[in-house]
Design a protein around this ligand. Structure first.
Ligand SMILES: [Zn+2]
Length: 97
């Protein structure tokens, strides 16, 4: 299954189960601290832990990136917003369910 097909199915399932679905900007998700929001710089792929030099927050890098994605998705929500929401810039980047 391709990524586009996966998103189509995921979006449909979310719409049928009143589950929030959003695509968010994927850029810098592994470089932003989900705890304080500071830009911590690029990590090489072998660096598996996010350690924030500003606030000291430490987390698995993938978990930290997923928290940034979640925050971006929640930032798109608003009272009365549709369950299924498309990004304004059209980027196909990430999901929040
Ligand atoms: Zn931090």
């Amino acid at each position: 299954m391709g990524l586009a097909q996966f998103f189509t199915i995921l979006e449909y399932v979310c719409s049928q189960t009143d589950t929030y679905f959003a695509k968010v900007d994927k850029d810098y998700t592994s470089q932003i601290c989900p705890n304080c929001g500071i830009h911590t710089g690029k990590k090489e792929l072998d660096v598996r832990v996010h350690k924030c030099p500003e606030c000291g927050y430490e987390q698995d890098r993938d978990v930290a990136a997923s928290l940034v994605i979640k925050q971006r998705g929640l930032a798109q929500t608003a009272v009365g917003a549709p369950v299924v929401k498309q990004p304004s810039n059209g980027d196909l980047t990430g999901t929040l369910v």
